[in-house]
Design a binder for this molecule. Structure first.
Ligand SMILES: Cc1ncc(COP(=O)(O)O)c(C=O)c1O
Length: 375
């Protein structure tokens, strides 16, 4: 390790092997490179099955997966969708694309996810859906969310962009609601470079999403005749070939992340309440997309100072998201509301190196640096 500021241990980098090249080359030879491809179908059905769902519809990003899910469920102008304020910007943006409005809910400190106990107070006659986010790989407490949705006739969409393989009461994320949405961006648990997928057990939703994904071409012989405004959200055969190779290793990736999280937890526990460790509720399997901690005031140096010092040791780290209610594009709509937990998470949190292939030695090195910097 050097003391230069060159990053040597990234927050999250993909694990790519020869199998990815082999399958992509096979796809090139077969010529099935675009959106209509047996590779896409195989990737869709294999990933959906992995999640415990009957259908998968792949698309070109996690953001477009969210938009496609909302559009397929009929969310439109004038509707309201309940989301956590503590999330990545793609969650509210996808709602905005439909013409609907995001209604924000604060987080809970126990899981860093949407505070389920607040959701009902945010339901209005305009509410059409709840879109919880499995933040940093920890599942949301979905039973009460689904119960509220049943009671008020709402749809539920999981933003599972960060939670491939995470489990709630033994069931995988994505399968816990009407539709689950995933991202396959390069820093996700499995990647296709760029890409996303919706998974569902509802055949009608899957068929509508497939139709909308590629321009809503006309059916019954009238191909270039359009009865809905569809999207250019196709996913390519090349991406699917790559994704099939990644999927073969997903169990290894998840178990390495969990092993590293256990090591991080045990080495950082010497800091006591100077930091807060990432949550794992008794009913949850966290896959630690980002192994993250909160830097408490008693740590001794500020979060920024810690991050700067880690950078000089070649350790990359990231701050948590800025919540939606402080984003310049949304803040005016939420000026009168308060979200103290999300604000606290946003101020205190950092994501530490979390790649699939991170070694035990690297985890030990990162922890040694953090412990040394605490006063
Ligand atoms: C919670 C969440 N939703 C959606 C997305 C969007 O995924 P993509 O970058 O593939 O569009 C991300 C990306 O990191 C995310 O973290």
């Amino acid at each position: 390790m050097t003391t230069e500021s060159k990053i040597e241990i990234p927050v999250c980098s993909p694990t790519i092997g020869e199998r990815e090249s082999d399958l992509v080359n096979q796809c090139l030879k077969d010529g099935w490179i675009s959106g209509i491809s047996p590779y896409v179908e195989r990737f869709e059905s294999s990933f959906a099955k992995y999640c415990g769902c009957d259908y998968g519809v792949a698309c070109n990003s996690g953001t477009t997966a969210l938009h496609l899910a909302l559009a397929s469920l009929g969310i439109e102008n004038g509707d309201e969708v309940i989301i956590p304020t503590f999330t990545m910007i793609a969650t509210p943006n996808a709602v905005t694309y439909t013409g609907a409005r995001s209604v924000l809910v604060d987080s809970e400190l126990d899981t860093w996810n949407i505070d389920v106990s607040i959701i009902e107070s945010k339901i209005t006659p305009k509410t059409k859906a709840i879109m919880p986010v499995h933040t940093y790989g920890h599942p949301v407490d979905m039973d009460p969310v689904n119960e509220l949705a049943r009671k008020h006739g709402l749809k539920v969409i999981e933003d599972a962009a960060e939670a491939h393989g995470a489990e709630y009461k033994g069931r995988r994320t994505g399968s816990l609601s009407d539709v689950g949405c995933f991202s396959f961006y390069a820093n996700k648990i499995i990647t296709t470079g760029e890409g996303g997928m919706i998974v569902t057990n509802d055949k009608e939703i899957a068929e509508k999403a497939k139709w909308l994904r590629a321009h809503a071409f006309g059916r019954g012989g009238k191909h270039f005749y359009h009865e809905a405004v569809g999207f250019g959200y196709r996913f390519s055969g090349l991406q699917a070939a790559f994704g099939l190779a990644q999927l073969e290793r997903i169990d290894e990736f998840v178990s390495n992340r969990r092993k590293n999280a256990r090591l991080y937890n045990s080495l950082l526990s010497v800091l006591g309440n100077k930091i807060s460790l990432p949550p794992e509720a008794p009913w949850a399997k966290n896959i630690y997309w980002m192994y993250s901690i909160l830097i408490e005031n008693s740590f001794g140096i500020s979060r920024q100072e810690l991050m700067d010092r880690l950078a000089t040791k070649g350790v990359e780290s990231r701050t948590f998201f800025y919540p939606v209610h402080v984003q310049p594009i949304y803040s005016a709509q939420h000026a009168a509301e308060e979200f103290p937990v999300a604000d606290e998470l946003s101020k205190k949190g950092i994501n530490l190196p979390s790649s699939n292939s991170m070694t035990e030695e690297e985890v030990r090195y990162v922890c040694k640096c953090i412990v040394e910097y605490s006063t």
